[in-house]
Design a protein around this ligand. Sequence first.
Ligand SMILES: [Zn+2]
Length: 147
Amino acid sequence: MRSSLIKLPHSVIVKSSGLLPMHYTVHELAKEIDAVERTLRDWLSNSAPHLKDATGRIWIHGREFADWVNRVKKPGSKQKAMKENEGYCMHCRSHVEMLATSTRHIRGKLTMTSGTCSQCGRIIHRGGRTPTNSAPSQQGVPNHSHE
Ligand SMILES: [Zn+2]
């Protein structure tokens, strides 16, 4: 199982979200998501969800496949989400606690959190995203939202 090595073309990621909750044959699915049939079979033999009927024909459920694409598309997705006060220190080459953090709003939903590394004291910047549906719980964050 080397599912982490699967590279999904961007078009597949985009098109799989439009798959229907029905079963596709390999041929049909390959056409739907603009993939090469052989590549698709590789994914199926790797970790993509599918089922085989009595005649050996392979069926892929559109929504299950889309879910699988969502799980696979980010190679870094097995990383745990960092806590609010954690960042990656380039100097220590590891995730460290950030001290004296401050978050500022960049544009749209993008934010930048700055703080100092708890281990070496260097400044760490960490890009972030404002969660779409969470209660505003940032303390002491200058939030100039006059838009
Ligand atoms: Zn450090």
